[in-house]
Every structure is written in structure tokens, then in C-alpha cells.
Design a binder for this molecule. Sequence first.
Ligand code: HEM
Ligand SMILES: *[C@@H]1O[C@H](CO)[C@@H](O)[C@H](O)[C@H]1NC(C)=O
Ligand SMILES: *[C@@H]1O[C@H](CO)[C@@H](O)[C@H](O)[C@H]1NC(C)=O
Ligand SMILES: *[C@@H]1O[C@H](CO)[C@@H](O)[C@H](O)[C@H]1NC(C)=O
Length: 333
Amino acid sequence: MMPQQVTNAIFVVPLALALVLCFPPATTAGVLYPQFYDFSCPQAKYIVNTVVSKAVAKDPRMAASLLRLHFHDCFVKGCDGSILLDSSGTITSEKRSVPNRDSIRGFEVIDEIKSALEKACPQTVSCADILALAARDSTVLTGGPSWDVPLGRRDSLGASLSGSNQNIPAPNNTFQTILTKFKLKGLHIVDLVALSGSHTIGNARCTSFRQRLYNNSGNGQPDFSLEQSYAARLRVNCPRSGGDQNLFAMDPSSPRKFDNGYYKNLMGLKGILSSDEMLYTQNQEAMELVKRYAGNQSDFFDQFAKSMIKMGNIAPLTGNHGEIRRICRRINN
Ligand code: HEM
Ligand SMILES: *[C@@H]1O[C@H](CO)[C@@H](O)[C@H](O)[C@H]1NC(C)=O
Ligand SMILES: *[C@@H]1O[C@H](CO)[C@@H](O)[C@H](O)[C@H]1NC(C)=O
Ligand SMILES: *[C@@H]1O[C@H](CO)[C@@H](O)[C@H](O)[C@H]1NC(C)=O
């Protein structure tokens, strides 16, 4: 070898290696893709779907609850299954945060999926991926759009109670605060409006919207952006005090159907949460999107699928980060 060639080899080989490490091909660490379990656990998607279908047949609200679990997982430390951990040792569970307590549900269904997967393919499919698949299946089962779920997430070794309290939007946050919370996760106004359409299924408790019915701004007046006959109906089972946990369909016209009824409600000032109605009343761009989705369900469905994939991509653990939990409620060992 000529000295020049030797010098080249010394530089070129490490450079190529460095490039591969910095920009891995799409099929290795760092990037999620739908075929992730095609060889290691080809039945994974089928197993998830079977258990979710059975659970939703038994309890129709479960579809909404599983969809929300994925959202509350992804907004805290990324989509890493952190929401599933119970308190123990150094871990303080996210289940007791303000947005989650007395409200988030579906953990038993995730446990059942996990134990079926552990029998079929031990320690292969992450709890974080189970949440992403269950959210998609729940959407499809209630009549919504389908999409290929990118996979390959791994599970966290910890949880964040403070992250759960701070990052998940509250129903009485201002529009700007909610938009900021989405932007901090790399999501935009179009994702906010489309993903809020999840509220076409499922329930809210009286405590989540009571403020709007009685004393909205501390002035003893209700929220006038809530249609007044609808407000009167809500007051029947959501009194000034008591009944905090009473449940209300978020889309009373079709509570179990994933459709664009949510946006039609907003246009009629019948959004149950303040955070819902504000999409129509506080921002021009959001209002245009509400009108568009109210007028064209396939536009809503297309964007919903795209935004779910984006939300599912929030800071996943991949490669050798985190672990594959054997039981979703606790870290291994
Ligand atoms: C934009 C900000 C959001 C706020 C402020 C918000 C707030 C809420 C609140 C307060 C409830 C009722 C909880 C209760 O009273 O027990 C709820 C329910 C629900 N949320 Fe959201 N949410 C937001 C976005 C989302 C997103 C992005 C998704 C999913 C992608 C989602 C899915 C759901 C579902 C499906 C339910 C019903 C759950 C059930 O019935 O178990 N939400 N949300
Ligand atoms: C929002 O609701 C929480 C919980 O009910 C309450 O403590 C807080 O004062 C409310 N914030 C505003 C701005 O109304
Ligand atoms: C409304 O809320 C404000 C501030 O929290 C309070 O001072 C006032 O007494 C309340 N009014 C009524 C009618 O409940
Ligand atoms: C709804 O949007 C879809 C896709 O953007 C379009 O192909 C369709 O023509 C629209 N339908 C109506 C009724 O506007």
C-alpha cells in the first residue's frame, strides 16, 4: 500500500463507522417501524387485537380509555409505558397525578394483553408498543380510521408524577397553555385539533367541567361559550357540590361511535370541556380546522391517523435503552 492509501484507510473506515452510528438505516435502533415484530413475534398484533376486541365488547367505554392511556403515556417522558408502573421502591406512580387519578383506566386490559404476549413470545413485545397498538385497535373498533402502527418502543425504568401533572393539558387551561404543551412535544395546532377529536368517544366526570356551569371566571356566571340549554341539562347531574365522579358522554349524540360529531358539537357550542370549546372560539386557525373536520369526516380521519403516528413517536426508548418489561406494572427485577 502507498502511504497515501494507508492514511486514507485510517480516516475513511472510522468516518464510515461514525456515519453509520449517527445516521442508522431506517431498520435499526432509533426509528420505529410497523414490521418490528414480524420475525420475533409475528402474532403480536393479532394477540393485542383479540384481547382489545373482547374487552371493548364487554365494556364499550374501554375503547376510549385505552386510547387515552396512550396519550397520557406519550406526554410524560415519551411513549415508554411509564404510565403503567405502580408505585414501589423509588418509583412514584403516575396513576395518582391530577389528570389520572379517579379517571384513567384500562390497566387490567393491558395486563391481560401482556400476559398473553409473554406466553407467545417471552420478553419481546414492550408495554409501550401494546399501548400504541391498543389505541389504534380501539379507534378502529369504534368506527374510526386505521393506520400502520410504527413499533419498536422499549419500556422505561421509571415514572414521573411531576411530568404527569405538568405536561398533560388540563381542561381549564387556556388555549395558549394547551397549544404550548403540545408544541413542547413537537406537535402542532393541526395535531391538537385532530387529536382532540378523540373526545368523540368516552366520558368526562362532573368535576372536569363543573366550573363552566356555575362560576366560570370567579364572577358567579356560567361560561357563555357553552350553549345554555345543554348547560342546564348538564347541571341536573353535575350539581354545585357533590357528584364529582358522575359521568357524562363527551359526544352525547353518538357516544360510542368514533365520528366527526365532536366538531359539530363544538360548532353548536356544545363542547363539554372548556379545552374542547376553545378550539372553536379562541383561535382562527383552530376554528377553521374545526369547521373543516365537522364538514368532512374523511379529512378528520386522515389527519387523526397522521397525528396519532406523530404522537406515538414522542421520545421513544429504542436500541438498548430501557427494557422489555415482563409485567407492565413493574420494572424487571
Ligand atoms: C387537548 C387537550 C386535552 C385535554 C385538556 C383533555 C382532557 C380530558 C378530560 C378532562 C377528560 C375527562 C376525564 C375525566 O373527567 O375523568 C378526557 C377524556 C378523554 N380524553 Fe382527553 N384531553 C385532551 C386531549 C386528548 C387527546 C390528545 C386524546 C387522545 C389522543 C384524548 C383522549 C381522551 C379520551 C378517549 C377520553 C375519554 C376516556 C374514558 O372515557 O375513559 N384526549 N380528556
Ligand atoms: C382549574 O381547575 C383546578 C382543579 O379543579 C383548579 O384548582 C384551578 O383553580 C382551575 N384553574 C383556573 C384557571 O380556573
Ligand atoms: C365564584 O368564585 C369566586 C372566586 O373563586 C368566589 O369569590 C365567589 O364567591 C364565587 N361565586 C359564587 C356565586 O359561587
Ligand atoms: C372530503 O375530503 C376528501 C379528502 O380530502 C375529498 O376527497 C372529498 O371530496 C371531500 N368530501 C367532501 C364532501 O367535500
